[in-house]
Design a protein around this ligand. Structure first.
Ligand code: ZN
Ligand code: FE
Length: 254
């Protein structure tokens, strides 16, 4: 039986995710932007929260840890290198580790850059990944702590996941990301189609998350930093990291 993912909006533009394994009955909170919302949404499904999986230390990702743990007695797994900034950790994760939801495993992937310890969770058997603030639909996280080389390496680890991988990113930023993407990659038909679809969805208040990896590979300018077309456009032919850095800088100033 597949893992069920329940997605809900919380705070101003975060998404909350509960991953539920119907076989074991286990339920994991993916990040904890808002403890009350998570407890309410789990109760509404009749699910009992048994775990919290944190992607990084930011308060809109780990701020609800202690309240959810106090209410449920769940265990918390989080990146080891951010352990001092994340409350209530039971198991500190390093890239390459595996976490289990019942009998379903998730691989811990290093996607540092937004923060130095940022991790993603890839459930290969389910074809889904929880990527926090590393990769967004048509965008990527702000590079608060890492370097362009580090952040590109992290995005590349996501880029090589299977085509149809469903990507759960933590914010609804897609409309603004699409406007920027079109400014740096205006002639990309995959991007133009994607951007039109995003505009139509947002007009009707529909979510653009989750997204899918093959579509991001074709349309997301940050994942295209290794493409000669993007490299030429940004003025860094043959240099993937410099191209990525230039796109990130352009977005920061857009
Ligand atoms: Zn963040
Ligand atoms: Fe965030």
């Amino acid at each position: 039986m597949p893992i069920l993912v329940h997605q809900f909006a919380c705070l101003s533009d975060n998404y909350g995710f509960l991953a539920h394994d119907p076989v074991s009955g286990e339920t994991a909170c993916i990040d904890t932007p808002d403890a009350d919302a998570y407890l309410r949404e789990a109760a509404g499904r009749g699910w009992t929260i048994t775990q919290i999986w944190n992607t990084h230390w930011h308060p809109d990702h780990a701020g609800g840890n202690l309240a959810i743990k106090a209410a449920t007695g769940c265990t918390i797994v989080a990146p080891a290198s951010e352990g001092e900034r994340i409350a209530g950790i039971d198991r500190a994760l390093v890239p390459g580790d595996t976490v289990m939801l019942g009998d379903v495993s998730a691989d811990v992937i290093d996607v540092a850059g937004h923060t130095l310890g940022h991790i993603a969770f890839h459930l290969a058997s389910e074809g889904i990944a929880f990527v926090g603030d590393s990769l967004f639909a048509l965008g990527c996280g702000r590079m608060f702590e890492g370097t362009p080389a580090m952040m590109w390496a992290g995005l590349e680890r996501l880029k090589v996941l299977p085509d149809k991988t469903v990507i759960y990113c933590a914010h609804e930023y897609t409309a603004a990301n699409a406007r920027f993407a079109l400014s740096v990659d205006p002639d990309n038909p995959a991007l133009r189609d994607f951007a039109a679809e995003v505009a139509a969805k947002r007009k009707n208040d529909q979510w653009t998350v989750p997204t899918r990896l093959d579509r991001e590979r074709a349309a997301n300018p940050f994942l295209r930093a290794d493409d000669p077309v993007m490299q030429a456009r940004m003025g860094f032919a043959g240099d993937t990291v410099a191209t990525f850095a230039a796109i990130r800088r352009a977005k920061d100033n857009f």
